[in-house]
Design a binder for this molecule. Structure first.
Ligand code: NCD
Length: 330
């Protein structure tokens, strides 16, 4: 009798529903923004735009009916985990939520490779957030099903960067020609690490504004310099605010500091207020991956240029697009 050979992911000859082998992201992991070309982005944003229209028209539909997502979160999350849940459910699929790893076998000392190999027996795709850089790549090495990186420590947050770029496109109509200013904790903020890498695919100017101890890691600056991205570093916002089209504000990542006093010394380094907005362009947007802990005053929320709540909604459409794509349905 011939032994049963389990289907392999990338060139699976036993595809279940029709032939999706030519779909660009079918069966692929999403680990780093470095894997995307501009053509990929056009494709992803095209699908995300369609998802937006479908949600606005019908709310929920059955594209991923019968598919199961495992949401495996080893670090706190509100937006990322709930938007992936919402994305999967709006596409007719279902979700295994594992938010409290202390109640799972992880607390018994199970390794990440074993946990993902367990979950893929029950799910078709795994979304993973983990405190260590490279955790998603490690998980992907062992898993046969697609792994989506939802943040690996201070490393990357590729799905956030995609939704950030989609926000810029939908709000300002283009990315080329813009000046993007990143503000706050550029050392530990994984969202800015991913976003800066994605922006290197466009003709943009990037300004980094941060306290000295929270500067963008020099290896990222060097990597993007190689790609020809114009970048400049500043200690204050004043000089660059008047020419900024996108002000991307970040939280000082308290949980990453070894020295609590160092955190205290920089936690209130920058606060965006209505007075700041008076000095900004009339046509610009303020973004923030959220949560905010005081770096944007609530009074700014009323300003039409404050895009951070709309940004969360764009995240739903981008995550719907990514799930449909890796499951071969886009
Ligand atoms: C960000 C994260 O987890 O990196 N949050 C998010 O996913 N929207 C940003 C942060 O925690 O400051």
């Amino acid at each position: 009798m011939t032994a049963f050979v389990p289907p392999v992911r990338q060139d699976n000859p036993y595809l279940p529903f029709g032939d999706h082998r030519n779909a660009p992201f079918y069966g692929k992991d999403i680990l780093s923004v470095r894997q995307f070309s501009r053509q990929d982005l056009d494709y992803i944003f095209g699908v995300a735009h369609e998802m937006r229209e479908m949600v606005q028209r019908v709310g929920t539909f059955d594209l991923l009916k019968g598919k199961i997502l495992a949401n495996l979160f080893y670090e706190p999350s509100t937006r990322t985990s709930s938007s992936f849940t919402s994305a999967m459910e709006r596409l007719g699929g279902s979700v295994i939520p594992i938010n409290e790893v202390r109640y799972s076998s992880v607390s018994k000392g199970e390794s990440l490779p074993d946990t993902v190999r367990t979950l893929e027996c029950y799910a078709d795709v795994i979304v993973l957030r983990h405190p260590e850089v490279g955790a998603s790549a490690l998980a992907a090495k062992y898993a046969k099903k697609p792994i989506i990186n939802a943040g690996d420590g201070v490393g990357e947050h590729p799905t956030q960067a995609l939704l950030d770029l989609f926000t810029i496109l939908e709000e300002l109509g283009q990315v080329d020609g813009l000046t993007v200013t990143m503000l706050g904790d550029l050392k530990y903020g994984r969202t800015v690490h991913s976003l800066a890498r994605l922006l290197a695919l466009f003709r943009v100017k990037v300004n980094y504004v941060s306290p000295d101890i929270l500067r963008m890691p020099p290896e990222i600056i060097a990597e993007l310099k190689e790609l020809g991205l114009p970048q400049d570093e500043y200690l204050t916002l004043d000089d660059v605010l008047p020419t900024t089209d996108v002000l991307y504000v970040t939280r000082v990542q308290k949980e990453r500091f070894e020295d609590p006093q160092a955190y205290e010394s920089v936690k209130n380094a920058f606060i965006i207020t209505t007075e700041t907005m008076r000095r900004a362009r009339e046509r610009m947007i303020v973004m923030h991956p959220l949560p905010r802990v005081g770096e944007i005053a609530m009074e700014v929320d009323e300003d039409p240029r404050a895009a951070y709540f709309r940004q969360m909604e764009y995240g739903l459409y981008v995550r719907m697009a990514l799930l449909a794509m890796v499951l071969g349905k886009a």
